[in-house]
Design a protein around this ligand. Structure first.
Ligand code: HEC
Length: 150
């Protein structure tokens, strides 16, 4: 479609009218009342130190022998023998010149497990990965060691 002179005039008139109407609409509405924006204020409260929680494992440095599960202790003794711990710590954990007596250890279960996984201060020769000592095997072995803490 070709635009002739008069249709352009008509078109621009419509555009001007639209702009005016839009302008009027804006002006007619009530001016916005500025509202105050609350600025949040913060307070720092020093956290209170929680009281130390005694865990069952942490208190078992000397074992309550009656609390031990004989089946777990037997499983643990099996792991002790299979992994030849006795070569250094004695066949019954009594200790040799190559390793201390097991009754001397004060390790909690968590400390024992992480020591066996990491090798601790002894190093890689004392590292027992999960393919040799499973999660349950490690717990049972700890129960056996507890049974030696008389
Ligand atoms: C090659 C010798 C050797 C073997 C095998 C061995 N250990 Fe040890 N173990 C050591 C030495 C050395 C130490 C560090 C000094 C010490 O406590 O006698 C040690 C430390 C430990 C300790 C830390 C004691 C403590 O509270 O500080 C535990 C627990 C332990 N061994 C358990 C085991 C168990 C369980 C096995 C078998 C899975 C095992 N060891 C096998 C030599 C050995």
């Amino acid at each position: 479609m070709r635009l002739n002179h008069s249709s352009i005039k008509l078109l621009s008139a419509a555009v001007v009218l639209a702009i005016l109407l839009a302008g009027c609409g804006g002006a007619a509405s009530t001016p916005a009342v500025p509202t105050s924006t609350p600025i949040p204020t913060y307070r720092f409260d020093t956290p209170t130190v929680p009281p130390p929680v005694a865990t069952a494992a942490a208190t078992m440095t000397t074992a309550d022998q009656s609390a031990l599960d004989p089946a777990l202790v037997a499983t643990g003794k099996g792991r002790y023998e299979a992994l030849a711990c006795g070569e250094c710590h004695g066949p019954n954990g009594e200790g040799t010149d190559k390793g201390s007596a097991m009754s001397a250890s004060k390790q909690t279960e968590d400390e024992f497990i992480s020591f066996m996984r990491s090798g601790g201060t002894v190093g890689v020769s004392h590292q027992y990965s999960t393919n040799r000592l499973s999660e349950n095997g490690g717990r049972a072995l700890y129960q056996y060691l507890l049974s030696l803490r008389k």
